[in-house]
Design a protein around this ligand. Structure first.
Ligand SMILES: Nc1ncnc2c1ncn2[C@@H]1O[C@@H]2COP(=O)(O)O[C@H]2[C@H]1O
Length: 270
């Protein structure tokens, strides 16, 4: 399975696009501004979208993308999200004020988009060109939110994405039971902005260290940091270097956490 990073920044700036991942060529995970880098052909091949939550940096490109490819598609784009996320999209985006209600255009019987409820812990299979198994993981954020574990339907290790979250013990309980190829986890703010991180329910390097300490002993996989606020990225990564060094000292030698900074345009293979 291939995961192409379209956007992994916590806000916009030149060369910084917000959260979006293209899994194989048919499944989009979140629809941040990174979607705008796809060609029309690439966008038109996407049949399913998984959303972690309703915040703008994760959904901004969804209405724009549907408009861009509507004339090329013969079946609705399926959007899968928690019920609260779908309700927010219907009420505040696809409301015929901010954007046309593409769930009833061109007709209720054959709309451009359909919405499908998810619940935490649900497992489902999606992917019209390459079938994938998905599990909906818990997240702790200012609005109802989730993460995802995705793997090939035939088997193999998971690509695990935390979504936007603060401390999240149930996430680790489940992730410690999964075969994990790699973890993509947010660290939006530096330790200097820890108060804002707590208010907005995001991680900082200090709370990330507490979270990673919950990885079961003996388990090891690459950990990719996502959603850093562009104004703080260097500070966040230098603070994370500190916790990586600390984990190596505790584990001895080169063992310890393998933490990397996720880059837009990167292609991850599970
Ligand atoms: N008091 C606040 N609560 C939540 N978000 C805030 C607050 N103040 C500023 N923000 C910003 O609003 C952003 C909304 O998206 P994020 O959750 O990615 O990150 C959030 C913060 O960067």
């Amino acid at each position: 399975m291939q995961v192409r990073v379209l956007g992994c920044s916590g806000a916009i700036a030149k060369d910084c696009r917000t959260t979006s991942f293209l899994v194989d060529c048919d499944l989009l995970v979140d629809a941040g501004t990174g979607v705008g880098d796809l060609t029309l052909d690439e966008m038109a091949k996407i049949d399913d979208v998984l959303l972690t939550h309703s915040h703008l940096d994760h959904v901004a490109a969804l209405p724009l993308m549907i408009d861009a490819i509507a004339s090329r598609r013969t079946r609705p784009l399926r959007v899968h999200a928690l019920r609260a996320t779908i309700e927010a999209l219907r009420a505040h985006v696809f409301n015929n004020v901010i954007w046309p209600d593409f769930a009833s255009i061109p007709s209720r019987e054959a709309p451009f988009v359909t919405f499908h409820d998810l619940v935490i812990g649900q497992e489902l299979e999606l992917g019209t060109r390459a079938l994938k198994h998905i599990e909906v993981l818990p997240a702790v954020h200012t609005v109802p939110a989730c993460g995802f574990a995705v793997r090939c339907a035939q088997g193999g290790p998971h690509w695990v994405f935390s979504g936007d979250t603060e401390r999240n013990a149930p996430f680790w309980t489940r992730v410690n039971q999964l075969d994990v190829a790699m973890l993509v986890i947010e660290t939006a703010f530096s330790n200097r902005e820890q108060a804002l991180a707590r208010r907005s329910l995001h991680l900082s390097p200090a709370t990330l260290a507490d979270e990673l300490a919950q990885i079961a002993p003996g388990r090891s996989y690459p950990i990719y940091i996502t959603h850093t606020k562009p104004a703080e990225t260097e500070e966040i990564m230098s603070q994370i270097d500190g916790i990586t060094h600390g984990s190596r000292m505790r584990a001895g030698g080169d063992a310890g956490w393998d933490i990397r900074w996720l880059q837009a345009d990167e292609v991850l293979q599970t």
